[in-house]
Design a protein around this ligand. Structure first.
Ligand code: A3P
Length: 289
């Protein structure tokens, strides 16, 4: 948790707030030079929707597929070709380097569709849109913010709840995020998945994701991806994959933990906002609420 003034810790870009510790306007501007590709594997989701989880699945699927299909002569040193997968986090030269990376590139982002490089939609890069129940997202975000010095801290849950409902927080409003992405749900290059359905049936989720990206693997290979993406396995592996952040990130990994935080007024306020902004939309129908 960062106790610096919240205002000092956040900057606004195209109407959305971002933490200065992670993002910068210069990097956002440089991002426009990214040349998206049809075979890019993009994961879009509001923070705390399970990005690291689905990110692990995508990275593993792609790595397994590439390894299988790579001829020895053209084999590349994977370590050298890695970029931090979060699109909006990096330095101003990141996108020029990314343009030189071989396919397939795996990219994660919390950005709104309008804030992505235009080439993403122009070149029909494939996007997996990940959504999660807003009550659990808020719960997860609250604990994460207070555990991490990169993000502003909130003295009380009530404080955080107000920020979440008004969208005056890092990466902006959840409700706005879903409304904006809802405009793209019918695009042929977009597939939506919910945290909750993946939690219910990881094997089916992994299979559907692989099919969407045209990644054909054997049952055995798919099964290995499924096993490595269990909460337990990712948590155990997290000192290696996420360092100290792992213990904050892999918190509970379940559904309905919001019941331990929300009071009845907050519950009703969120229901009302959900009804107003999301319920009638296609994404709203998909969301487990
Ligand atoms: P909780 O805080 O509710 O536990 P993100 O990666 O977008 O920041 O999302 C983090 C949330 O995803 C956390 O939720 C985390 O526990 C959960 N998560 C991470 N790995 C998971 C897994 N393998 N299975 C289920 N949930 C997972």
């Amino acid at each position: 948790a960062n106790t610096m003034d919240r205002e000092e810790l956040l900057f606004s870009y195209k109407g959305i707030l971002y933490p200065v510790t992670v993002c910068s306007p210069e990097v956002f501007r440089a991002m426009e030079s990214l040349e998206a590709r049809t075979d890019d594997v993009i994961l879009a989701g509001y923070p705390k929707s399970g990005t690291n989880w689905v990110g692990q699945i995508l990275t593993d699927l792609v790595a397994t597929f590439e390894k299988k299909n790579q001829d020895e002569e053209n084999s590349v040193n994977e370590e050298e070709l890695q970029e931090f997968p979060y699109l909006e986090v990096g330095d101003i030269e990141k996108y020029e380097r990314m343009n030189k990376l071989p396919s397939r590139r795996v990219i994660f982002t919390h950005l709104l569709p309008d804030n992505l490089p235009r080439s993403v939609f122009k070149n029909k890069a494939k996007i997996l849109l990940l959504i999660r129940n807003p009550k659990d997202v808020a719960t997860s975000f609250y604990h994460f913010s207070n555990g991490l010095s990169l993000l502003p801290s909130y003295e009380t849950w009530d404080d955080f709840f107000i920020a979440f409902m008004t969208g005056k927080m890092p990466w902006g409003s959840y409700f706005n995020y879903l409304s904006e992405w809802n405009k793209h749900v019918d695009d042929e290059n977009i597939m939506t998945i919910t945290y909750e359905e993946l939690k219910e049936n990881r094997a089916l989720g992994v299979k559907n994701i692989a099919a969407f990206f045209g990644i054909s693997l054997t049952e055995e290979e798919l099964q290995s991806v499924v096993e490595k993406s269990s909460f337990q396995s990712m948590k155990e592996n997290s000192p290696k994959t996420h360092g100290a952040m792992g213990s904050i990130l892999f918190r509970k990994g379940g559904v309905s933990d919001w019941k331990n935080l929300f009071n009845e007024d907050q519950n009703q306020e969120m229901d009302k906002a959900f009804e107003e902004h999301i319920a009638g939309t296609k994404l709203g129908t998909k969301l487990k609420y």
